[in-house]
Design a binder for this molecule. Structure first.
Ligand code: SF4
Length: 369
């Protein structure tokens, strides 16, 4: 890893033996001796018909997922990178994602509307995906920079303190999506990812807003991507178990948020069962996915006892090899003026208390915070 004056911490983070151990596959992809998961999925043949019932396709997915996980540990000397005439595991994932889009259950809001028919759910995202910007990001966690970040317009959350509210919230009801962002099909998205790769991105970082409403476009774009680069999911992580079934095998690195109790999730983001759902999904990627995870914990003012401590306790117990970014950059934005307890900047004494508590629990946070 070369030294970069913009982010010297990136160089030093990789000197940490624990970071190297916990992110060994990601580092292997960067160094070119490991293959990103989507390339393996693309080369795993899979028999199915597009008009098979959803139930049948989900059954095939379960079987193929087992086969995929056996292939992961194989040593590859060569992988066919052209588009094969035969159907692959990736084609199966794309087909199922498109069926979910027609009765949308991508996130736990489960709007169950047919986005293909022009109907819109809570997120107001149609069947098409919209990208507001894409660039080499030097502001992400040390081990991720430079990150090839793709910002999708729109979000399935309604956080009252959103710091990206221009792309997640305020466009709603004011302008058409196409006036504020660029519509992308899977080939366009793949072109963006390949361009970022050529510019030396270490990963392709799907974010927003949130990438969840765009799962179908992202999976389909992987059919057109060819580079051996880490695929990174950067999200509120409020996706359904079925959506996670589509991603758990093919995502190399996970960057989920985890910031609330159930009660505070409802109050500030308008979502039910926040803690239960995010913790369920975290256990899944930890035990069945790559397990290479940085959890972003944004410390909210006055929320140590109800949110920060229970979250850190869960992490130390259930997903202990995850690395945690203890985020001190909270600032009152958007509609936080309506909530006096969070209508203030984060407080350095509270941040220190959280860091001390993470140390007590044995959580690794320093190299990425
Ligand atoms: S992704 Fe959007 S339409 Fe689909 S369930 Fe979530 S909020 Fe509803």
């Amino acid at each position: 890893m070369t030294f970069n004056f913009r982010r010297p911490d990136a160089y030093f983070a990789w000197k940490d033996k624990e970071i190297l151990k916990r992110f060994s596959r990601y580092r292997g992809i960067i160094d070119g001796h490991q293959l990103s998961r989507y390339l393996i999925a693309k080369n795993l043949e899979c028999e199915f018909n597009h008009n098979d019932s959803l139930e049948k396709l989900e059954k095939i997915l379960k079987q193929k997922s087992k086969e995929f996980n056996m292939l992961l540990n194989k040593k590859y000397t060569f992988l066919e990178n052209s588009v094969s005439k035969k159907k692959s595991f990736l084609d199966l994932l794309e087909t199922i994602a498109n069926k979910y889009l027609e009765d949308c259950i991508f996130c736990e809001r489960k709007c169950k509307i047919n986005r293909r028919d022009g109907k819109k759910g809570y997120c107001l995202i149609p069947a098409d995906s919209y990208v507001s910007s894409a660039f080499l990001h030097y502001g992400e966690e040390s081990v991720l920079v430079p990150s090839g970040t793709i910002f999708f317009q729109g979000c399935n959350f309604g956080c009252v303190f959103c710091q990206n509210y221009d792309i997640s919230q305020t466009w709603k009801g004011k302008k058409g999506l196409s006036e504020v962002a660029r519509r992308v099909d899977p080939q366009d998205l793949a072109n963006i990812a390949e361009k970022l790769t050529k510019e030396n991105a270490l990963n392709i970082n799907y974010v927003g807003g949130d990438p969840i409403p765009n799962i179908h476009t992202i999976i389909a774009s992987l059919k057109y991507q060819t580079s051996n680069i880490c695929q990174l999911w950067n999200s509120n992580f409020y996706l359904t178990e079925k959506s996670l079934d589509l991603l758990v095998d093919i995502i190399d690195f996970w960057l989920p948020d985890f910031k609330f109790s159930n009660e505070c999730g409802l109050k500030y983001s308008g979502v039910k069962n926040y803690f239960n759902i995010v913790s369920r999904n975290l256990k899944r990627i930890y035990n069945k996915g790559s397990g290479e995870i940085i959890i972003r914990h944004l410390v909210l003012p006055n929320h140590i006892e109800c949110c920060s401590k229970p979250i850190l306790k869960f992490i130390s117990k259930e997903v202990p090899n995850s690395v945690v970014n203890i985020m001190a950059q909270y600032r009152p934005e958007f509609r936080s003026y309506k909530y006096p307890e969070i209508n203030q900047y984060s407080n350095s004494k509270e941040i220190q208390k959280i860091k001390d508590y993470a140390d007590e629990l044995g959580i690794l946070w320093e190299p990425v915070s």
